[in-house]
Design a protein around this ligand. Structure first.
Ligand code: ADP
Ligand code: ASP
Ligand code: MG
Length: 592
């Protein structure tokens, strides 16, 4: 018999009437002939209230006790939901994460699922029950209760759908699907009928809170069709699938991460390994760094900037204090700016970055908004702007790419095939733990050269002007990173090697016009791309990559990350060596 997993978020179980309405949806699915597993979140804002309560008692509550506390929210909901179903005359049984057998690692408050034992659920289903599973929680091998991180019930639901080989995973929430941007802040946003795993993964990771990004890693790895829909209506919602029907447009959506912090570390010795000393302790604490920019050193010293989400600031500062204490020469000064937001556009169709990125820079410039930092990847462009102007930037970008309009062409494609039970078992066996990362491929691109402009003036519209000239000159740009510190703005991008001479000439003209340092060379570089799923959120990968290259004495010129790719640019002479070192170091996570 086919299994359906239905997940109900906090607002969808906020009071007794809503709980009863959710119960009826599950009963309806059972009557249609499915076995039903429900995953429920804590009622309404219960998790927020528990966090506030903990903070009244302890300024930095110990994470083990936080998980003990927060897991109670879901326990209330599962019990009430089971009662609701029984009151309507049907059989139901509630289970906590531990009772289901959701084993996680021991990183409290952001635990990763290692395995799920389906025996108990299957027995309860076969006995005619609707099984109600507590979302967001698990248990480690010492029987400590763990939680998966805010929004983690989505991940419980998709993980259960994966191990049970469910026909689909329905996510019932307070919006009727996935929109081109958060419909609460961009009212003209449009609901999309279908979206690919990669695009949804990137959107979620860049701030589209409608789905927990790790749930999409599961969906992609185990090919689970996810259906996001409203708990308050029967609207069709959005299907998250491998290959959407609509022809890909360059940009499929825009997202905002409102509370971002940029950390800048100056006076870092300009030699391989120096950056690693700084990144390693941060990655070890499972803090995801984004928009990493290392400004090419002047006078033997480099400056490193990266962004983190505001919630990770205190842990990041602690990590850096520890670095300074143990290795006083690791860096000279540390500053941070916590008044920033990250605005991103996402789309698989962004093959030729420059047209898309340039347009984004231009429309933001036209609004007089300064771009503090830029990082591009194959599938997204992110910019960091002042918090006060961020919503304006998001709406502007949404309008500029006409995301409110439905795509014209519709490609008729066969529905993506589900993987068989045997394939799923193989997939689970391939991974030691369910949420382990798998790198699909490592590629070396030896066709590019790097252009760096130093000491640019900090004026709105700078990137837009530069990339207009670059595209007018017919140059195709691949990677772009820009960072403005208190002292300087540097901008680096890569072009095809055959265009190096022309690019250098153009860069010199731009430098002269702007009155800044003229670049001397446009050196050939090698780009190493590691493709996988969840490349940014699995922080240990960044840490292993950086450590390996540091130990191999390879200097990194540029880094950019997305959930599906981790790109590193090194000097051309180091390309082969870096590739070999990484293949060797990461052999355990590279798919055969
Ligand atoms: P739940 O409690 O059901 O898990 P969440 O609050 O976690 O619900 O997620 C739903 C919310 O996600 C919506 O209310 C909406 O404001 C927000 N959201 C952010 N980005 C998007 C988007 N691109 N599409 C739809 N909703 C979005
Ligand atoms: N209750 C948890 C939270 O609020 C998990 C979830 O709702 O997905 O983050
Ligand atoms: Mg949620």
């Amino acid at each position: 018999m086919s299994i359906i997993v239905q997940k109900f978020g906090g607002t969808s179980v906020a009071d007794s009437n809503k709980i009863l309405a959710a119960a009826r949806k599950a009963i309806r699915a059972q009557k249609e002939g499915h076995q039903v597993v429900m995953v429920v979140s804590a009622m309404g804002k219960n998790t927020d209230k528990l966090i506030a309560l903990a903070r009244e008692i302890h300024p930095e509550p110990p994470s083990r006790e936080m998980d003990m506390l927060l897991s109670t929210g879901e326990q209330v909901s599962v019990a009430l939901m089971a009662m609701a179903i029984q009151s309507l005359g049907y059989q139901a049984v509630s289970m906590t994460g531990a009772q289901i057998g959701i084993k996680t690692d021991n990183s409290f408050m952001k635990a990763r699922i290692q395995s799920i034992c389906t025996e108990r659920i299957r027995q309860a289903l076969d006995a005619g029950n609707i099984v109600i599973a507590a979302g967001f929680q698990g248990v480690d091998d010492q029987f400590n209760i763990t939680t998966l991180g805010r929004g983690g019930s989505d991940t419980t639901a998709v993980a259960l759908a994966a191990v049970l080989n469910a026909q689909s995973c329905e996510i019932y929430t307070d919006v009727d699907g996935v929109y081109t941007a958060d419909p609460r802040v961009v009212p003209e946003a449009r609901r999309v009928k279908q979206i690919s795993y990669d695009e949804m993964l990137e959107m979620a990771s860049l701030g589209a809170g409608v789905m927990h990004s790790r749930s999409i890693e599961f969906a992609k790895n185990f090919r689970v069709p996810v259906h996001v829909r409203a708990s308050f209506s029967d609207e069709p919602g959005t299907m998250i699938v491998e290959e959407p029907e609509s022809a890909s447009r360059a940009v499929c959506g825009a997202a905002i991460a409102k509370d971002e912090v940029r950390i800048s570390v100056r006076g870092v010795p300009d030699h391989p390994g120096a950056a690693n000393q700084i990144f390693q302790p941060i990655a070890n604490r499972r803090i995801a760094m984004d928009m990493i920019v290392q400004n090419v050193g002047t006078e033997g010293e480099a400056e490193i900037s990266f962004t983190i989400s505001a919630g990770e600031l205190s842990a990041t500062l602690k990590a850096l204090e520890e670095v300074k204490r143990t290795t006083p020469d690791a860096f000279q000064t540390l500053t941070y700016d916590d008044n920033l937001s990250k605005v991103s556009i996402v789309g698989l169709g962004m093959e030729q970055q420059v047209g898309v990125a340039e347009k984004m820079f231009q429309v933001i410039a036209d609004k007089g908004i300064n771009i503090e930092m830029i990082s591009t990847s194959e599938i997204k462009v992110s910019v960091l702007v002042n918090q006060a102007q961020a919503l304006d930037a998001l709406r502007t970008v949404h309008a500029a790419f006409e995301l409110e309009k439905a795509p014209e062409e519709v490609r008729v494609s066969a529905p993506s095939a589900q993987i068989s039970d045997t394939e799923k078992v193989q997939m689970i066996n391939r991974l030691e733990h369910m949420e382990d990362l798998l790198i699909e491929s490592i590629d070396l691109d030896e066709k590019q050269a790097r252009v760096t402009l130093f000491d640019l003036p900090q004026t709105p519209g700078l990137a837009a002007r530069i990339f207009k000239r670059v595209s007018d000159a017919g140059l195709v740009v691949d990677m772009i990173v820009q960072s403005s510190g208190d002292h300087q703005t540097n901008l680096t991008f890569t072009v095809l090697r055959e265009c190096a001479e022309g690019s250098l000439e153009l860069a010199r003209q731009i430098a002269e016009k702007l009155g800044c340092t003229s670049p001397e060379t446009c050196p050939p570089v090698a780009k190493i791309s590691l493709s996988g799923t969840g490349m940014r959120s699995h922080t240990t990968i960044a840490s292993r990559i950086l450590k390996t290259l540091a130990e191999g004495n390879v200097n990194i010129d540029m880094i950019n990350t997305s959930e599906v790719r981790f790109n590193i640019v090194v000097a051309a002479k180091d390309g082969e060596k870096a590739l070999e070192l990484l293949k060797k170091e990461l052999h355990d996570v590279i798919a055969e």
